[in-house]
Design a protein around this ligand. Structure first.
Ligand SMILES: O=C(O)CC[C@@H](O)C(=O)O
Ligand SMILES: [Zn+2]
Length: 563
């Protein structure tokens, strides 16, 4: 009885759900549900989910610890609302485009930057994987902060929903419309504003393509602190808005550290100038962090200033094979200890990932002789003393071989060989796309546990799909991907919520570096407490009271911002 009360207290606090002991089910308080606009069809949904909810409630009852009780309460909440979210409905609060709207946009942006052409809209409406498709009728291409501000001010007054878009390389459906949101693509805002060679601070517009920044900096003797497989298309504004991690995070940290300032336009058109270039600035709340990783739901990032490291002369890349996952882990520990400051990447892929790349990408070959290796590790070092660095890396490799952590390996002899090793690792997402349907999970997990999930999911899925594990081992970030000939709800039902529950149970994050987007907005409770989500919703309400910015993404659809 006491536990039921406790569960109800938690549920009351965290959601609009109640547990009923006599009926052995959870139900929704109808006043709240109507406030959330969920009345129609909700009775049906609850009936349908009764066995599931009942099961979860019993589990809740058996758990003596409050914390886990709370987590379960959140899960119940997800199960009900998650089901509804699958059928996310266009908010009736948003207007639809009118001829007057188009005329206004043409007046401020010029005809050619107001795009209604079908082919171009198909591209802008569809994500990189072809998995998420919106039906927007309008793509706007502003050329300046002022134009972004005019667009948002107008959209806000007209209650027109907006999806901010950069290179559209995201993997969680965050950068494409869900319905008919106006697409605002900042790709024309691609100027480099300033570069200070002494401090290494770059100031540029949000639409700069990452690879272009890399080339620019290369000429100046610097590098970008982040590097990703999608660098040829992704834009720095999108990288910052999603807090993209990538291949160098182990060395240079996340964008919360390297982004020194930014400019963002709020939903009402107000421009927040936080484009500082200082390493240290403790004057009040550091609001720029709200825009790093909030996926365009709080404002559109228009400019960034970013600290870039100098380009160092000696870069070495080794491609290694390990017998088992435990050796990969130990190798990571050794690498941190023995390579220390020169370690710049520590990536891993399993045998299945390598096979996918070899089978689906042209011109890629395994640099190691064919064998039964289960795991591969790519290590990169970057330093300033060629002979010393090489010596250090060779000594580390020799030692690791002697103690049996590496079963085979090759050290790149030139830049071409180094990039061919990188091509294997960076090619995994492309190979997966070519192989058929893919379910993607981007998880932060304790390194010791990480691969258990891959193995357990393999058992759960049997022969119905291939489960592969790869990613940024140095950052504790697993890319768990399930590859199948086509999308199939039976397969999905075996993966979710299993993967999310497993991650939550091991205190991991259900989004390490890809964001929540549309895919995981309703799953946020697996990684964040109800109180935290409620504060996020309040911030959203403060900065975007009409909810026009990237609706249906990031925050769960069941959380109302007024408590
Ligand atoms: O497609 C994925 O799952 C991961 C993509 C990207 O983050 C990578 O590290 O290659
Ligand atoms: Zn990644």
């Amino acid at each position: 009885m006491e536990k039921w009360r406790a569960a109800n207290r938690l549920l009351k606090y965290s959601s609009k759900l109640r547990c009923d002991r006599r009926l052995n089910l959870c139900y929704v308080n109808s006043i709240h549900s109507s406030a959330l606009g969920l009345t129609r069809g909700f009775g049906e949904t609850c009936k349908q989910f009764q066995p599931l909810i009942f099961r979860d409630c019993s589990k809740t009852l058996q758990e003596p610890v409050d914390r886990s009780l709370f987590r379960d309460a959140c899960r119940i909440q997800y199960r009900c609302f998650g089901f509804l979210a699958k059928e996310v409905k266009r908010s009736p609060l948003f207007s639809t485009l009118s001829a007057d709207d188009i005329s206004y946009f043409k007046r401020i942006l010029g005809e050619k930057n107001v795009i209604m052409d079908e082919d171009r809209l198909v591209t802008a409406n569809t994500d990189w994987m072809g998995k998420y498709k919106g039906s927007s009728k309008l793509l706007l291409q502003p050329s300046s902060t002022k134009e972004v501000s005019q667009i948002l001010k107008y959209c806000n007054s007209r209650r027109l929903a907006v999806v901010p878009q950069g290179g559209n390389t995201g993997l969680v459906g965050g950068s494409v419309p869900v319905f008919d949101e106006v697409i605002v693509n900042v790709g024309l805002m691609n100027n480099i504003i300033a570069f200070d060679k002494v401090s290494g601070i770059l100031v540029c517009e949000a639409g700069c393509i990452l690879e272009n920044l890399v080339s620019f900096l290369d000429n100046q003797g610097f590098i970008m602190p982040l590097d990703l497989g999608a660098k040829g298309s992704c834009q720095i504004g999108g990288n910052v808005s999603t807090n993209a991690g990538g291949l160098r995070l182990v060395r240079y940290g996340s964008l919360h550290g390297s982004v020194l300032g930014l400019e963002a336009v709020l939903a009402n058109g107000e421009v927040l100038d936080m484009l500082g270039t200082l390493r240290k600035d403790n004057t009040g709340y550091d609001l720029k962090h709200l825009f790093i990783g909030s996926e365009g739901s709080l404002g559109i990032v228009t400019k960034v200033s970013i600290l870039t490291p100098p380009k160092l002369s000696s870069v070495n890349v080794a491609f290694l094979a390990c017998r088992d996952y435990s050796s990969c882990q130990k190798l990571l520990q050794e690498a941190k200890r023995r390579l220390g400051e020169i370690l710049s990447a520590f990536e891993f892929l399993d045998e299945e990932s390598l096979n996918l790349v070899l089978n689906h990408l042209e011109g890629v070959r395994n640099p190691l002789p064919p064998s039964m290796h289960k795991f591969y590790v790519l290590i990169e070092t970057t330093g300033s003393d060629e002979s010393n660095d090489k010596e250090k890396l060779e000594a580390f490799l020799l030692h690791s071989m002697e103690i049996g952590l590496i079963s085979d390996g090759v050290l790149a002899q030139d830049i071409n060989q180094a990039s061919s090793f990188w091509h294997i690792r960076e090619g995994v997402p492309e190979a997966l796309m070519k192989a058929g349907a893919v379910y993607k999970y981007d998880l932060s997990l304790p390194v010791q546990k990480m691969y258990d999930l891959v193995e357990e999911l393999r058992i759960a899925l049997g022969h119905s799909a291939k489960v592969i594990g790869y990613g940024h081992l140095g950052d504790g970030n697993l890319h768990l991907n399930v590859s199948a000939p086509q999308y199939d709800d039976m397969i999905l039902a075996k993966i979710e919520p299993y993967v999310y529950e497993w991650t939550s149970k091991h205190h991991g994050s259900i989004s390490a570096e890809h964001g929540l987007g549309l895919m995981k907005a309703n799953k946020i409770f697996y990684s964040k407490s109800a109180e935290t989500v409620q504060v996020m919703a309040s911030i959203k309400k403060l900065l975007d009271p009409n909810g026009i910015l990237n609706p249906y993404k990031v925050l769960p659809h069941c959380v109302s911002s007024d408590g």
